[in-house]
Design a protein around this ligand. Structure first.
Ligand SMILES: *[C@@H]1O[C@H](CO)[C@@H](O)[C@H](O)[C@H]1NC(C)=O
Ligand SMILES: *[C@@H]1O[C@H](CO)[C@@H](O)[C@H](O)[C@H]1NC(C)=O
Ligand SMILES: *[C@@H]1O[C@H](CO)[C@@H](O)[C@H](O)[C@H]1NC(C)=O
Ligand SMILES: *[C@@H]1O[C@H](CO)[C@@H](O)[C@H](O)[C@H]1NC(C)=O
Ligand SMILES: *[C@@H]1O[C@H](CO)[C@@H](O)[C@H](O)[C@H]1NC(C)=O
Ligand SMILES: *[C@@H]1O[C@H](CO)[C@@H](O)[C@H](O)[C@H]1NC(C)=O
Ligand SMILES: *[C@@H]1O[C@H](CO)[C@@H](O)[C@H](O)[C@H]1NC(C)=O
Ligand SMILES: *[C@@H]1O[C@H](CO)[C@@H](O)[C@H](O)[C@H]1NC(C)=O
Ligand SMILES: *[C@@H]1O[C@H](CO)[C@@H](O)[C@H](O)[C@H]1NC(C)=O
Ligand SMILES: *[C@@H]1O[C@H](CO)[C@@H](O)[C@H](O)[C@H]1NC(C)=O
Ligand SMILES: *[C@@H]1O[C@H](CO)[C@@H](O)[C@H](O)[C@H]1NC(C)=O
Ligand SMILES: *[C@@H]1O[C@H](CO)[C@@H](O)[C@H](O)[C@H]1NC(C)=O
Length: 410
C-alpha cells in the first residue's frame, strides 16, 4: 500500500528522456491520453531446427508503432508493434484514485530470422506476465528508473527508465509523479511489513508468482449437422481456456473460436465434438445414459511456448450433466481439473449433445453457480448461526434457572 510516494515538485512525465522508446496515444478527440517512455530488454529462449536451445536477446527499438493502442474512461491499452511482427502491450485499469497495469502481453514471431535464426518453429508465440506497476495516483506520471525483470517460461523482460502516464486528463501531462519503491531511498520505505516469524516460509513465498491473467477467451458457437443437408444435432457454445502445469511451469492458453475448425459426430449413445485451432486440439465425447447425458471424455493436445507438445486426456469424467432433451448451461466461470497437469476454464457455456430439435437449444438446466438459489447459501449459513445463538442463549437461561432453584432448595 505504501510502496509508492507521490512527489508534487518533480518534473512528472514532461521531461523527455532521449534514449528510451517514446510513444504517445491520442483519444478519439485527438487529445493526448497516454504517454510512455521506457526501455525494455528481451531475452527469449527458443529451439533451433537442430534441436538446440538458443537465447535471443534484443531491445525494444526506438522505432515502434502504437497502432492499436486505445484509451477509454477506465481501461487503456498501450500496444507497441515492432520489427517483423512482434508486439508488446501493456493494459491499464483505473479504479478510484489510482490506476495500475495488470498485464503485459508480449508476442514474438519466431519466423523473424534476424532475431531468431534457425528457429524450428515459425509461429507467433505469446507470453503474459503481471507487471509490478500499481497504486499509481490518478493524474500522476509513473516513474521507475530501477530495473525490473519479469520472468516467464521462455521469456525474460527487463524494464527500466520507465515513465508512463495513462488516463491523461484534458490532453495535458501531469507534473506530479508516482515513484516506484525501488527508486526510493531505503530509509524512506515505511517498515509496515508484517513481522516474519518463520523466515524459511517467508523466503519460499515469492516463488509462487501469481498466474498471469489472460483476457477472457471469445465465446464460440459450435455445431455438428447430421446428414449432408441436415439440421444441427449437436450444439455447443462456450469460451475455453486451458491451464497446463508441468513441474514448476504453469501456462494458460485461450481457445480462439474464430480460428477453430469444428468436426464431430452425433450418435445414439455417444456424440463427439472436435475443435482444432492453431493453438490446440480439443476432443469432447458426450455419453447418453438413457435419462441423462454428460461429458465423458476430454482430450487436449497443445503446443507449449517451449515448443513441446503436450497431450492429456481423461475418459471418466461426469461433467455438464443434464436430462436428455434439455441442454446444460453455465454462464459463470467454471474451472475443472481434467488431469493433474490439465485444468480447463469455461465461460458462457451451453451444450446439448443429443436430441436437438429444429437446430435450437432446448430448455437449459443451469449449473448451481448460475442458479437463483446460490444466493441462499449465505442466508442458510446466517439462519444456522442465529439458530445456534438462540440455542446457546436458551441453554444459558435454563442453566441459570436450574442453578437458582438448586440454590433455593438448599
Ligand atoms: C539491454 O540490452 C543491451 C544490448 O542487448 C545491453 O547492452 C544492455 O546492457 C541491456 N540492459 C540491461 C539492463 O539488461
Ligand atoms: C529432435 O528431437 C526430437 C524429439 O525430441 C527427435 O525426434 C528428433 O529426431 C530430433 N532431431 C534432431 C535433428 O536431433
Ligand atoms: C511455417 O512452417 C510450415 C511447416 O513447417 C510451412 O508449411 C509454412 O509454409 C511455414 N510458414 C511460413 C510463413 O514460413
Ligand atoms: C530468465 O532469468 C532467469 C534468472 O536469471 C534465468 O535462469 C533464465 O534462464 C532466464 N530465461 C531466459 C529465457 O532468459
Ligand atoms: C500536483 O499535486 C499538487 C498537490 O497534490 C496539486 O496541487 C497540483 O495541482 C498537482 N499538479 C498537477 C499538474 O497535477
Ligand atoms: C517454518 O515453516 C516451514 C514450512 O512451513 C516448516 O517446515 C518449519 O518447521 C517452520 N519453522 C519454524 C521455526 O516454525
Ligand atoms: C437440401 O435442402 C434443400 C432445400 O432445403 C433441398 O432442396 C434439397 O433437396 C436438400 N438435399 C438433400 C440431399 O436433402
Ligand atoms: C472474432 O470474431 C468476432 C466477430 O466476428 C470479432 O468481434 C472478434 O474481434 C474476433 N476475434 C479475433 C481474436 O479475431
Ligand atoms: C439415448 O439412449 C437410449 C438407449 O440407448 C436410446 O433409446 C435413446 O434414443 C437415446 N437418446 C437419444 C436422444 O439419442
Ligand atoms: C446404445 O446402448 C444400448 C444399451 O446400452 C444398446 O442396446 C444399443 O445397441 C446402443 N446403440 C448403439 C447405436 O450403439
Ligand atoms: C488424445 O489425442 C491424441 C492426439 O489426437 C491421441 O494421440 C491420443 O491417443 C488421444 N488420447 C485419448 C485417451 O483419446
Ligand atoms: C477454481 O475455482 C475455485 C472455486 O470454484 C477457486 O477456489 C479456485 O481458485 C479456482 N482455481 C483457479 C486455478 O482459478
Amino acid at each position: 500500500m505504501f510502496r509508492y510516494a507521490v512527489f508534487a515538485f518533480a518534473f512528472g512525465c514532461v521531461i523527455h528522456l532521449s534514449r528510451g522508446t517514446e510513444v504517445t496515444v491520442k483519444d478519439k478527440d485527438d487529445k493526448l491520453c497516454l504517454y510512455a517512455n521506457l526501455m525494455v530488454n528481451f531475452s527469449v529462449s527458443y529451439m533451433t531446427s537442430d534441436n538446440k536451445s538458443q537465447l535471443a536477446e534484443f531491445e525494444l527499438p526506438a522505432e515502434v508503432s502504437s497502432n492499436g493502442s486505445v484509451c477509454d474512461a477506465t481501461s487503456s491499452t498501450l500496444k507497441l508493434s515492432f520489427g517483423a511482427g512482434h508486439t508488446w502491450s501493456l493494459n491499464f485499469t483505473a479504479g478510484g484514485n489510482t490506476y495500475q497495469s495488470d498485464v503485459i502481453t508480449f508476442s514474438y514471431n519466431l519466423n523473424d530470422s534476424t532475431v531468431f535464426p534457425k528457429s524450428a518453429l515459425n509461429d507467433t508465440l505469446s507470453v503474459t506476465v503481471r507487471p509490478h506497476i500499481s497504486d499509481i495516483s490518478m493524474d500522476t506520471c509513473y516513474s521507475c528508473q530501477s530495473k525490473d525483470t519479469l520472468q516467464s517460461d521462455t521469456v525474460n523482460q527487463t524494464l527500466w527508465d520507465v515513465r508512463i502516464q495513462a488516463f491523461i486528463k484534458n490532453g495535458t501531462q501531469s507534473e506530479n509523479m508516482t515513484t516506484c519503491a525501488a527508486d526510493l531511498p531505503a530509509t524512506s520505505i515505511p517498515t509496515t511489513v508484517a513481522p516474519v516469524t518463520n523466515t524459511s516460509a517467508h523466503t519460499l513465498a515469492p516463488t509462487t508468482t501469481p498466474a498471469p491473467t489472460l483476457p477472457i477467451p471469445g465465446t464460440g458457437t459450435f455445431s455438428i449437422k447430421s446428414g449432408e443437408n441436415g439440421t444441427a444435432c449437436l450444439l455447443a457454445n462456450f469460451a475455453l481456456r486451458i491451464g497446463v502445469k508441468q513441474g514448476e511451469n504453469y501456462q494458460e492458453i485461450n481457445l480462439d473460436p474464430n480460428m477453430t475448425r469444428v468436426s464431430g459426430v452425433c450418435g445414439v449413445n455417444i456424440s463427439s465434438l472436435v475443435l482444432v485451432s492453431n493453438a490446440m486440439t480439443v476432443a469432447l465425447t458426450f455419453t447418453n445414459n438413457t435419462k441423462k447425458f454428460h461429458l465423458q471424455t476430454m482430450n487436449v493436445t497443445t503446443k507449449l511456448s517451449s515448443g513441446a507438445v503436450f497431450s492429456a486426456a481423461n475418459s471418466s469424467l461426469s461433467l455438464w450433466e443434464a436430462a436428455l432433451g434439455s441442454s446444460y448451461m453455465c454462464n459463470k466461470e467454471q474451472n475443472y481439473s481434467i488431469t493433474s497437469q490439465l485444468n480447463i476454464f469455461t465461460f458462457n457455456l451451453q451444450v446439448q449433445p443429443f436430441a436437438v430439435k429444429k437446430g435450437l437449444f432446448s430448455t437449459a438446466e443451469e449449473c448451481f453457480l448460475d442458479s437463483d438459489l446460490s444466493f441462499l447459501v449465505p442466508i442458510a449459513v446466517g439462519v444456522a448461526l442465529s439458530f445456534l445463538i438462540v440455542l446457546v442463549l436458551l441453554s444459558y437461561l435454563i442453566g441459570r434457572r436450574k442453578s437458582r432453584t438448586g440454590y433455593q432448595s438448599v
